[in-house]
Design a binder for this molecule. Structure first.
Ligand code: HEC
Length: 127
């Protein structure tokens, strides 16, 4: 499934931290809109074939944690706040998909799923 973000076409990737933060805010706002659009209805079965090792490797490769640590301190995991904006597996995967698009990472759908599955296992722990 693909989520489209309304707004003008963007060129290139993030060059400034501040632009990243506002972009991530916008991503999150659009995620909130998706809650009513069915994404929230997806359950944990979306992660059942996920390749966790690949997810882990991709997160290192794309420096997810490094950026979060800069912003939130510690190991960066304070960024993950289960139960605030992201309240279901579907929304978690949707968030990673949005980051993929916004950061221009070019991840395949199964790679997005793999990353989201690692976040589920280590941080969100939806039941
Ligand atoms: C350039 C910095 C940067 C990079 C790189 C980055 N993030 Fe983030 N991310 C942020 C910021 C800043 C926020 C919080 C935005 C806010 O609170 O409004 C965030 C929030 C998130 C959230 C939402 C947490 C929650 O519970 O609300 C998830 C999930 C996430 N990032 C996953 C990722 C993943 C996966 C990657 C790597 C593929 C990644 N991020 C790469 C800066 C970054």
């Amino acid at each position: 499934m693909r989520y489209l973000i309304p707004g003008p076409a963007r060129t290139g990737t993030f060059s400034k931290e501040s632009s990243m933060v506002s972009t991530v805010r916008r991503i999150c706002a659009s995620i909130a809109c998706l809650a009513g659009a069915g994404a929230g209805a997806q359950g944990l079965d979306i992660f059942k074939d996920a390749d966790l090792a690949m997810g882990q490797r991709l997160m290192t490769e794309h420096k997810c944690q490094q950026c979060h640590a800069t912003k939130f301190g510690g190991d960066g995991s304070a960024v993950f706040r289960p139960g605030e904006r992201i309240t279901t597996p579907g929304l978690l995967r949707g968030m990673v998909e949005q980051c993929n698009t916004e950061l221009g990472l070019g991840l395949f759908p199964e790679e997005v799923t793999a990353i989201a599955a690692v976040l589920q296992r280590d941080h969100y722990r939806f039941k």
